[in-house]
Design a protein around this ligand. Structure first.
Ligand SMILES: Nc1ncnc2c1ncn2[C@@H]1O[C@H](COP(=O)(O)OP(=O)(O)OP(=O)(O)O)[C@@H](O)[C@H]1O
Length: 232
């Protein structure tokens, strides 16, 4: 089972600083935090693209790791959508179908809307094998329908997936919650046991806890189920 440990990681960039410690076990982790709290910075450190000023990262069972950056444009290497997909060593026909972009293979990927490009990018990402997948704001630019599709497809046993996001509406089933605040990465805990400790949880989860309901997970539908159970 893949595992990643952060040992006394610290980084300073101008006025911003971040400290991080903790163990990411296999499963789905949500790392939340306000704008500018350091989610992208941490994703870059975990992927190895950015070196911290101090501290070490140790991994176990991680051979293939992948970082999906917040802005899908950053991933582009080709001027044709079809060539872009081939650069991932994937089948253009299949990926175009998954991203619902059939017939657009000959276009420049920069012609796509941000949401279409994100769909294309995520279709490529989820078609590749990985042990560790780091997703920086995977929901940005997607509409609710695609957010839901994406969360349903995040169904990987025995992998380590870390999602950095401030999404508050459509979330996937998760195993662990983390939060970056005041320059520090904090482990909130395991889902569902620690959900009541998650101060910046989506409003629907906070509402459920106020009502005394205990959602099994962090999705909106888990909250609804928990509230309905209370009525029975
Ligand atoms: N190269 C840099 N030099 C100086 N400061 C930087 C640099 N890169 C990022 N920062 C600052 O570090 C802080 C954290 O940025 P980061 O992009 O990690 O935040 P974030 O939580 O991902 O934000 P968002 O929610 O907007 O995506 C911000 O205040 C940002 O301005």
């Amino acid at each position: 089972m893949p595992e990643l440990s952060l040992n006394n990681i610290s980084i300073k960039r101008g006025n911003f600083s971040l400290e991080a410690n903790g163990i990411f076990k296999s499963g789905i982790h949500i790392v939340t935090g306000k704008i500018g709290s350091g989610k992208t910075t941490l994703s870059m450190i975990l992927s190895g693209f950015l070196n911290p000023d101090s501290g070490t990262i140790s991994t176990y069972g991680i051979e293939k790791k992948m970082l999906s950056m917040q802005f899908p444009e950053y991933h582009l290497t080709k001027t044709k959508i079809e060539s872009e997909i081939k650069s991932w060593d994937l089948s253009p026909l299949e990926i175009l179908k998954t991203a619902e972009l059939q017939g657009r293979g000959n276009e420049d990927p920069m012609n796509l809307s941000r949401g279409e490009l994100k769909r294309l990018h995520l279709a490529c990402v989820l078609s590749k094998p990985f042990d560790l997948l780091l997703l920086d704001e995977p929901f940005s630019s997607l509409d609710v329908l695609w957010k839901k599709r994406f969360t349903k497809n995040l169904n990987y046993a025995d992998k380590l997936i870390i999602i950095f996001t401030h999404e508050q509406a459509v979330l996937p089933k998760a195993d662990y919650i983390w939060e970056i605040s005041k320059g520090k990465l904090n482990f909130i805990g395991k889902v569902p046991d620690s959900l009541d400790k998650w101060k910046n949880a989506p409003e629907y989860l906070k509402f459920a806890h106020e009502k005394g309901a205990s959602p099994e997970n962090i999705r909106f539908e888990d909250t609804l189920e928990a509230l309905c159970r209370m009525q029975e």
